[in-house]
Ligand binder design. Structure first.
Ligand SMILES: NC(=O)c1ccc[n+]([C@@H]2O[C@H](COP(=O)([O-])OP(=O)(O)OC[C@H]3O[C@@H](n4cnc5c(N)ncnc54)[C@H](OP(=O)(O)O)[C@@H]3O)[C@@H](O)[C@H]2O)c1
Length: 331
């Protein structure tokens, strides 16, 4: 595995991050399609054995059970000092007051709860899952800085939000001398490229590493447009992401199929290779619901698309409404 630096930090990460939203007790939280612990462990083990050292979860995934499953498995399969474990805060964990969001109180409660579930003293990357319109930016940033200074997180990151919000947060952190965000975890794939307008250039200019989520459009780029899986049938948040531009999206999916067929590789490799080719991207966060999915993810690292292939894959894209930000609910 050729490790690389995460953005402009000194942290060594594999060029693939394993998304751990797939792992969790199915009847806990919002994702009925998740794999239970027994089905999750072979995927986590295979990732470690392949040299993937970067794992992304969140407090909110399957009501904390993703963190529990990942924590137990990684403790068994890998050395903690070689791993880069990322988790997130903002999602609602309890219906009661202070049960979600980015207040100082919520952040301090949730980092300790995540560390308990993961069974570790620190996370490597602590990310805000969304922008919180109801909490002053200064309150959030100082709390995150204190989490780092307390040794509970090595780096901090942010996830889907408007570029102006992220730019403002970076500016305030710099002005106050607080820890600045090292990463942006945003939604980017061949079916959603709105981040190319403002967020990717901002991240390049600010030295922020980009770690895109759902790089295969939650599986839609890996199969025919009308083909469904257990996950796509029950993925309620996923359904909200692909409703509006179906005609153009279908043509993009067909272009992926055509390039994959010419190269004689599975479509997943082509779709992932497109994300990997973006210079701003440090590591896409891939989802794998079967161990074999990891083989394609690893093969994508070697695929290398030509300029002509990239142009064909991009040709049918039309502008999309912004999705995935906090005004539109959670993942
Ligand atoms: N920050 C955020 O708001 C946010 C939001 C979403 C996700 N995330 C992060 O991003 C990670 C990845 O998200 P994602 O699971 O949506 O990513 P994805 O890589 O776009 O989709 C994964 C799905 O694609 C299909 N797939 C993967 N490899 C395949 C292959 N080789 N051949 C055929 N199908 C394949 C599978 O679908 P089937 O299971 O249907 O077969 C799999 O569940 C999450 O685990 C999480 O860590 C973050």
């Amino acid at each position: 595995m050729d490790y690389r630096k995460l953005g402009t930090t000194g942290l060594d990460v594999s060029p693939l991050c394993l998304g751990c939203m797939t792992f969790g007790v199915p009847d806990r939280g919002n994702h009925a399609w998740t794999l239970d612990e027994e089905a999750s462990r072979p995927i986590l083990r295979k990732a470690v054995e392949a040299g993937i050292n970067f794992f992304d979860t969140a407090n909110v995934y399957s009501d904390g059970t993703s963190e529990e499953i990942v924590g137990r498995a990684l403790k068994e399969f890998a050395r903690r000092d070689e791993l880069v474990i990322a988790t997130k805060v903002h999602g609602r964990m309890r219906p009661s007051p202070n049960g979600g969001g980015l207040s100082r109180k919520a952040i301090m409660t949730e980092i300790d709860a995540s560390l308990r579930r993961l069974g570790t003293d620190y996370v490597d990357l602590y990310q805000i899952h969304r922008f919180d319109f109801e909490v002053p930016i200064e309150e959030t940033l100082e709390a995150l800085h204190d989490v780092v200074k307390a040794g509970k997180a090595r780096y901090i990151g942010a996830s889907s939000m408007a570029a102006w919000q992220f730019a403002t947060m970076l500016h305030v952190a710099d002005a106050e001398g607080w820890t600045r965000f090292a990463t942006m975890q945003n939604y980017l794939n061949l079916l959603y490229r709105e981040e190319e307008r403002e967020m990717l250039p901002l991240c390049a200019a600010e030295g922020v590493g980009v770690i895109p989520w759902s790089p295969l459009a939650r599986g839609r780029l890996t199969r025919d447009w009308d083909e469904a899986t257990e996950r796509s049938r029950t993925d309620e948040f996923g359904k909200t992401l692909y409703e509006h531009t179906a005609t153009a999206d279908r043509r993009v999916v067909e272009a992926v199929a055509a390039v994959a067929s010419e190269r004689d590789v599975p479509r997943a490799q082509v779709a992932l290779a497109w994300v990997l080719a973006k210079p701003e991207v440090s590591a896409p966060i891939v989802g794998a619901s079967k161990p074999a999915h990891l083989d394609d993810a690893l093969a994508a690292l070697e695929l290398g698309l030509s300029e002509g292939e990239i142009a064909r894959l991009e040709e049918a894209y039309v502008p999309h409404a912004v999705v995935g930000h906090s005004t539109q609910g959670f993942l």
